[in-house]
Write a protein that binds this ligand. Structure first.
Ligand SMILES: Cc1cc2nc3c(=O)[nH]c(=O)nc-3n(C[C@H](O)[C@H](O)[C@H](O)COP(=O)(O)OP(=O)(O)OC[C@H]3O[C@@H](n4cnc5c(N)ncnc54)[C@H](O)[C@@H]3O)c2cc1C
Length: 392
């Protein structure tokens, strides 16, 4: 229900998408915002992610760009090694996670970015940790009746699914995940470890194994070289059946695939058992014909995940939040008009960014072989900058 003239909004998920939307709605005013997050507290973890193109403008408009630059990873470069540890490529001009070093882009740890966004929130947003949506009943004019795992049911004017690749809001409003998810053929685990390779603002990437049983992984120093962020991955043409909530089983799965694979993989695997921020997921995308249904709308990975292979998930989430909040403000209570305008603004930008993921491996291989100039693919700069932000 609308309390006076204020619109009650429930945001499910406090990742980059949910936190950014809460920020903008609080800033515009006229919204009572509740964020419900499944994790028991602020969620740490994640590798370095990139803020690029229009997402930099969003950060500037949020007033957080100087803070982002201050907390940037500050990498000096990268090496690619083979399974025996032999360096086959070295660059001080680019990194695997961040792209060109001499660019205005900001590469920052995912959790640092989220903390900065949440700290800059103007206030008045209620964050509820350790709870989640279990059912939605969209009653049209009356609003959406929401049942939670812990809290008593409540009615909201709008519900936003910003709860990631395996969104519960999407499942409740649009149907099972299998209708929207596209598996890109690999799996990735990310976690924190000591800086056991003594890297100095450097990252090392390795791909090893036979076709069909390929593994890959990387280590980058983080937080002034005091720790490293690690990722381990493996290929699997077919999607695997696994419980997305069973972290112990996911640790075992990654250890089985990577142990004995060469380079430093055995050493890295030892650190995965105790990593508190261990995060594992498939490299997948979400494609949907529409991002809204009735009073429910999807934002970020929940609606248009690009996968880590796109390197653009975070920028899409920040830009999506800015546009959705802006259109809700402009539409002054007409949520259908706001959701249609949100899609109209973003569809092309999202499609271009999702397409990057499908060629990212080819681009990296060409970089290592020195044949990148001959590649006949859309220029990344054109895709990631392919949206002019409106003023709201
Ligand atoms: C721990 C973690 C580590 C990551 N590491 C990387 C990385 O290294 N590289 C990379 O490219 N991308 C990474 N990602 C994905 C990346 O953060 C997103 O692609 C991007 O930032 C868009 O964010 P999002 O907010 O849409 O989704 P997400 O970042 O996935 O955030 C979704 C949030 O919703 C919460 N949530 C999930 N289910 C529910 C539910 N039922 N109810 C309420 N809340 C729920 C999650 O706990 C999470 O806080 C990571 C995501 C997470 C959660």
């Amino acid at each position: 229900m609308t309390v006076g003239t204020r619109t009650r909004v429930l945001i499910s998920g406090s990742g980059i998408a949910g936190s950014s939307l809460a920020h903008w709605l609080a800033r515009h005013g006229g919204f009572d915002v509740t964020v419900v997050e499944r994790a028991p507290a602020f969620r740490p973890g994640g590798q370095a992610i990139d803020v690029r193109g229009p997402a930099l403008d969003v950060a500037e408009r949020m007033g957080i760009l100087p803070s982002l630059r201050e907390h940037a990873t500050d990498m000096l470069g990268m090496s690619v090694v083979d399974g025996s540890g032999r360096e086959v490529y070295r660059s001080t001009e680019r990194t695997l996670t961040g792209g060109e070093l001499a660019s205005p882009d900001v590469e920052i740890m995912r959790d640092d970015l989220n903390e900065i966004i949440q700290r800059a929130c103007p206030g008045g947003v209620a964050y509820r940790y350790g709870d989640w949506v279990i059912a939605l009943d969209d009653r049209d004019e009356e609003g959406v009746r929401v049942a939670f795992r812990e809290a008593p049911p409540e009615t909201f004017d709008l519900v936003v699914g910003a709860d990631g690749l395996h969104s519960a809001v999407r499942a409740a409003a649009f149907g099972p995940e299998r209708g929207f998810i596209h598996h890109l053929g690999s799996y990735l685990a990310v976690f924190t470890a000591p800086n056991f390779l003594n890297l100095d603002r450097w990252q090392v990437f390795c791909r090893a194994g036979e076709p069909g049983a390929e593994v890959f992984g990387g280590v980058m120093s983080a937080r002034d070289n005091s720790e490293s962020r690690v990722y381990l991955g493996f290929g699997s043409e077919e999607p695997l059946e696994y419980d997305v909530r069973d972290v112990a089983a996911q640790r075992r799965l990654v250890a089985e695939r990577l142990t004995g694979a060469g380079w430093e993989f055995d050493r890295i695997v030892k650190y995965l058992w105790d990593a508190a921020d261990f995060h594992f997921d498939s490299m997948s995308q979400i494609h949907m014909d529409s991002w809204s249904r009735g009073r429910v709308v999807l934002l970020g990975d929940a609606g248009y995940c690009g996968s880590p292979m796109s390197g653009q998930g975070t920028s899409m989430a920040m830009v999506g939040a800015y546009v959705l909040a802006g259109e809700l403000k402009t539409a002054a209570g007409e949520h259908r008009a706001a959701f249609a305008a949100y899609e109209g603004e973003l569809r092309e930008y999202v499609a271009g960014n999702q397409a990057i993921a499908l060629t990212s491996r080819q681009r990296m291989a060409a970089e290592v072989d020195g044949t990148a100039d001959a590649l006949d693919l859309p220029r990344l700069e054109d895709v990631v900058h392919g949206l002019r932000l409106k003023d709201y």
